[in-house]
Design a protein around this ligand. Structure first.
Ligand SMILES: Cc1ncc(C[n+]2csc(CCOP(=O)(O)OP(=O)(O)O)c2C)c(N)n1
Ligand SMILES: [Mg+2]
Length: 394
């Protein structure tokens, strides 16, 4: 707190207009789709900008399941951050604050849908049934992300900002060519990216292609208000979801801290896509509560009061409040989930610490499916270089 407040004092003159400007494109927008308020009040239905009515009707068990997902995903993420701080991971990109956007959209996917993540979608990865240890190997630098994208319908993490939107669009065009759209069995694609990525050429090119070819894809933009230290108003002068209109497909802004609305909006957009109705841009309006990555210090560029204002919109607290009010979650239920999360985090930690260092030559293993002469030569060269150290004290 003291550090953040200090930043506000020393940089108050610069920070103030920035916050005011954000209001113009911010939460004042009446088109924000919300089904669960920050106080935990359920809203029966919400209308999107094109008149679509969104509802989310879950059983008590499903509400509890969503809460469990949110708690587990947050706990595992916190454990990964701690592991990085203790020198066990090279870097970590935390999802703190974005749990509802990820669990809501992740649970809205049908088994046959394909997801293309960035580097922050640990919550979606969890919903796809991938062992949460997988991205930790990547960030520990001992493997290149070990899951099979086709098995789990979840592509590899992509660090190159926006690149995966083009891969996803190509994949979606392929679905159409293969005749795999139509009905509930049809396939759809979801591409995740951030607010900063919307300024990339790749993302805009993906919008053009997806729009023109009416591809079965949902563009899921987690607007967490920052691209590292660059705030939203450095990316756009209009709300991001409105950009879709220029590409000829619908855009909708959802409360990304509301797991129910995130689910409802994503499910609807995916079902439209799989039924041949083309792309949708979803702007999940949320906030990155932590640092960009563990290499970043957000107190250098944002004021503590802004973070506090978003803390009041916490995605987990509102579901807990709802469960309590509805009397579908009691003390023992919450305690049981906390204990499960603690055990899973501990298990994750033990397995990370036990990860073996790889043979250096394995870095060449997964570059091409069938290798290449150049790669073979480079493998040889690296092996000779490593051998040159044998028997030396260094
Ligand atoms: C093509 C490219 N340019 C720059 C970077 C460096 N970079 C890494 S993360 C990032 C910001 C991305 O912001 P946003 O799209 O809002 O996603 P967020 O990290 O907030 O989830 C940048 C510029 C990169 N990885 N790739
Ligand atoms: Mg961002």
């Amino acid at each position: 707190m003291a550090r953040g407040d200090g930043g506000a004092t020393t940089r108050g003159k610069r920070a103030a207009p920035r916050t005011q400007k954000r209001e113009a494109t911010g939460t004042g927008d009446p088109n924000l789709v919300q089904l669960l308020t920050p106080e935990g009040e359920r809203i029966d239905s919400a209308t999107g900008p094109d008149g679509t009515e969104y509802r989310a009707d879950f059983s008590d068990e499903e509400y509890r399941g969503l809460y469990r997902d949110l708690v587990l995903v947050r706990k595992l993420d916190a454990e990964a951050t701690a592991l990085q701080r203790q020198g066990e991971l090279g870097i970590w990109a935390s999802l703190l604050g974005q749990e509802a956007a990820q669990v809501g959209s992740g649970r809205a996917l049908r088994p046959q849908d394909m997801a293309f993540p960035t580097y922050r979608e640990h919550g979606v990865l969890y919903c796809r049934g991938i062992d949460p240890i997988m991205p930790l190997g990547l960030f520990r630098g001992v493997d290149q992300g070990g899951w099979d994208p086709n098995e789990f319908k979840f592509n590899m993490y992509t660090i190159v900002i926006g690149a995966q939107t083009l891969h996803a669009t190509g994949y979606a065009m392929g679905i159409t060519m293969d005749g795999k759209t139509g009905g509930d069995e049809g396939e759809a694609v979801i591409a995740y990216f951030g607010d900063g990525a919307t300024s990339q050429g790749d993302v805009n090119e993906a919008f053009v292609w997806a729009g023109v070819f009416n591809s079965p894809i949902v563009f899921f933009c987690q607007n967490n208000q920052y691209a590292i230290s660059e705030p939203l108003e450095r990316q756009t002068r209009v709300p991001l979801y409105q950009r879709a209109g220029g590409f000829g497909f619908p855009g909708v802004r959802v409360d990304g801290n509301d797991v129910l609305a995130s689910y409802a909006v994503t499910r609807h957009a995916l079902d439209n896509a799989r039924n041949g109705q083309g792309p949708t841009l979803i702007e999940a309006y949320t906030y990155r509560m932590g640092a960009h990555t563990t290499t970043d210090d957000p107190t250098r560029y944002r004021i503590a009061s802004e973070v506090e204002a978003w803390r009041a919109k916490d995605p987990l607290a509102r579901v807990k409040a709802f469960l309590e009010k509805q009397q579908i979650g009691d003390e023992s239920f919450f305690a049981e989930i906390d204990e499960q999360a603690k055990q899973e985090a501990l298990h994750l930690r033990e397995r990370v610490l036990a990860m073996p260092d790889p043979e250096p030559s394995t870095i060449f293993d997964h570059v091409y499916a069938h290798g290449s002469p150049l790669l073979d030569a480079e493998r040889e060269q690296a092996a000779r270089y490593l051998e040159s150290f044998e028997g030396s004290a260094h």
